[in-house]
Design a protein around this ligand. Structure first.
Ligand SMILES: O=P(O)(O)OC[C@H]1O[C@H](O)[C@H](O)[C@@H](O)[C@@H]1O
Length: 610
């Protein structure tokens, strides 16, 4: 009978020593009695687990016939062994198969296991002698579970083990009851026949070092076989006091253990856009601690800052929250959550190129050699980062749709492309329907964080991009297109094409149009022919600038804005002062001399150059 002690295992009272069946010397039933010499004492095979060689204890000295019968009975137990498990028929109802996993069979196996365990522990821990041996017992919902469970408790108790009934449990949970500090049992037995029909049942055995081997289970069953023979003869059994069994709640602790694996401390900054759900409907439901999250409630006025991973206020507030709360990660969503950026545990902002690098590292690990498509405003350092991991970098037009479509096209052309990302934080994965989903991307990053922790890698996710070379300088300037709005697109195109033509006509010495990145497709990329362009975003060029003395200074990317009547000029240089030198050259030899300045406002460039 199980005494249910509802207290948590940590508050359990000390185990009462179970009453062991005292050594019984019973008269064997006929016909055995007649055949046994008078001096033979048939003891419970356990004799004493501490006594000399319990495994040989209780050896019967019988006539040949009796030995045969005993052998058959013993074989019943031996046949129950199934590799490292015990499996048998526990309920009537299987055609042609009798019940062989009886309560008696289970009891002797449990008792034998308990004895074997004690010996094993003594050997493992040489100082250990006769201390408490604690064994947990779990079971699946099979109908035979309760009855066989009672036999299991009794067997363990007879072997002197303290028994902890964990009730309905999973096999891994039973093993973990030997590991989880609150329990730390010496061993565990799970009663289950896994996927076999409901009429079957079985036992799985665990110690702290893992599951018992087939050889060990064979030894236990051998020992049990001898006990079984003796019990069948009415020897060595006997009812002692009912075992004291403590009922413990293992599954809650095991579930917590699983939650702990995925539990992270994550700050979400939804910027009062639509991203708050990720906090309460995703992270918190997974058990994450989201204390310190910011601006989760939707507010159409966005009172704190724009929800945007490119927004410096959004990133720095998130950084502060991560550091204040010792969080593992900060997440910044844009308003509609198709973009995101993150902050690692050290407070480092990971957006733009750094986010692309992080996602590339993750995706290249999963898909070695894949191509990554990005817009062409990324750094040369990013290209080297991707290539150093065996990937290919395809630089393409600005605009998330362009980037994603390029990836779709590459895959269709047979160029495996798993990641398409824009520096704005739009990131699409082939595995996710080529959809740019900021939340999905964050899920991938959190999974990576958990993986890193599980394999014992030190540091935050930022360590994955430690070798990303950053440009010395980056600069974005905008030049408004002047005049009537209806001509803006046409003029914008004219301005951008003039830049390309100047280079091709040799009017911009030192400037070289950048060609395709590394995606191994012949057409498209950077300098698309634009033979038949239909969108403003078709016209965009990137060109490198080589200074006569300093060599390569960096690149300029020039394009018409997707949304507004302006020309965006992005620049990057690996040399301090490089952006200014390039801007000056553009001003003098392109903007002021080509006539572009007549319909484009070049004030911002002039200011920068000053
Ligand atoms: O052309 P701009 O004004 O710089 O805006 C361009 C950007 O607009 C939005 O943010 C889109 O989501 C981006 O994909 C695009 O790159």
């Amino acid at each position: 009978m199980a005494a249910t002690i509802p207290a948590s295992p940590a508050t359990l009272q000390p185990c009462k020593k179970n009453v062991r069946g005292s050594m019984l010397i019973r008269s064997p039933p006929r016909p055995w009695r007649r055949r046994l010499p008078q001096h033979v004492v048939i003891a419970d095979a356990s004799s004493s687990s501490r006594g000399p060689k319990a495994a040989t204890g209780g050896r019967l000295e019988t006539s040949t016939d009796a030995a045969a019968v005993a052998g058959e009975d013993g074989d019943v137990i031996r046949r129950l062994q199934n590799g490292p498990d015990v499996r048998g028929v526990a309920l009537e109802g299987e055609n042609g198969r009798a019940v062989d996993l009886t309560p008696l069979a289970v009891e002797v196996i449990a008792e034998s296991f308990g004895e074997w365990l004690r010996e094993e522990l003594q050997q493992l821990e040489s100082g250990r002698d006769g201390g408490e041996v604690r064994v947990s017992v779990g079971r699946d919902p099979r109908l035979s579970g309760a009855r066989l469970g009672a036999a299991l408790f009794a067997g363990l108790a007879r072997a002197g083990c303290s028994v902890f009934d964990v009730g309905l449990a999973t096999t891994p949970a039973c093993f973990m009851s030997t590991k989880l500090p609150r329990f730390s049992y010496d061993a565990s037995i799970m009663m289950t026949a896994s996927h076999l029909p409901y009429t079957r049942n079985g036992l799985k055995f665990f110690m702290k070092r893992g599951g018992l081997t087939s050889g060990e289970v064979e030894g236990v069953c051998d020992r049990a076989a001898r006990k079984y023979v003796a019990r069948k003869m009415g020897l060595g059994g006997g009812r002692g006091m009912p075992p004291v069994v403590m009922r413990v709640d293992l599954m809650s602790a095991y579930a917590q253990h699983l939650r702990n694996i995925i539990m992270e401390r994550v700050i979400v900054n939804a910027g009062n856009g639509c991203g708050g759900f990720f906090t309460w409907d995703v992270l918190e439901k997974l058990g994450a601690d989201t204390t310190g999250s910011l601006h989760l409630e939707p507010d159409g006025k966005f009172p704190h800052h724009m929800p945007n991973p490119e927004d410096t206020t959004a990133m720095s507030l998130t950084r502060d929250a991560v550091l204040d709360h010792g969080a593992d990660l900060g997440v910044v969503f844009d308003t509609d959550v198709d973009r995101s950026g993150v902050v690692d545990a050290t407070g480092a902002a990971i957006n733009g190129d750094r986010l692309i690098a992080l996602m590339s590292a993750i995706v290249l690990d999963e898909h070695p050699g894949t191509t990554v498509v990005t817009d062409a405003r990324t750094s040369d350092g990013l290209t080297r980062f991707i290539q150093a991991r065996g990937g290919h970098h395809c630089l393409y037009r600005v605009g998330y749709r362009n980037v994603i479509d390029k990836g779709v096209q590459l895959n269709a052309d047979g160029v495996e492309t798993h990641l398409m990302m824009e520096t704005t934080g739009h990131g699409a994965l082939k595995e996710n329907n080529f959809l740019d989903d900021g939340a999905y991307m964050v899920v991938k990053i959190i999974i990576e964080m958990v993986r890193m922790r599980l394999v014992g890698l030190e540091g935050s996710v930022g360590t994955l991009i430690m070798d990303l070379e950053e440009p010395a300088e980056s600069k974005l300037m905008r030049m408004n297109i002047l005049g009537e709005a209806k001509y803006a697109k046409q003029r914008g195109t004219q301005a951008v094409e003039t830049f390309r033509n100047h280079i091709q006509e040799g009017k911009l010495n030192g400037w070289v149009l950048d060609d395709c990145g590394d995606c191994s497709v012949s057409q498209g990329c950077l300098v698309d022919t634009n033979d038949d362009p239909f969108d403003v975003d078709a016209y965009m060029y990137r060109a490198k600038f080589f200074d006569e003395y300093k060599g390569e200074l960096g690149w300029v990317h020039i394009r018409q804005s997707v949304h507004n009547p302006n020309i965006a000029i992005n620049m990057q240089s690996s040399i301090p002062g490089g952006c200014k030198s390039m801007a000056k050259d553009l001003l003098d030899r392109y903007l002021l001399t080509s006539g572009v300045n007549e319909f484009v406002d070049i004030t911002e460039v002039q200011k920068f150059v000053k």
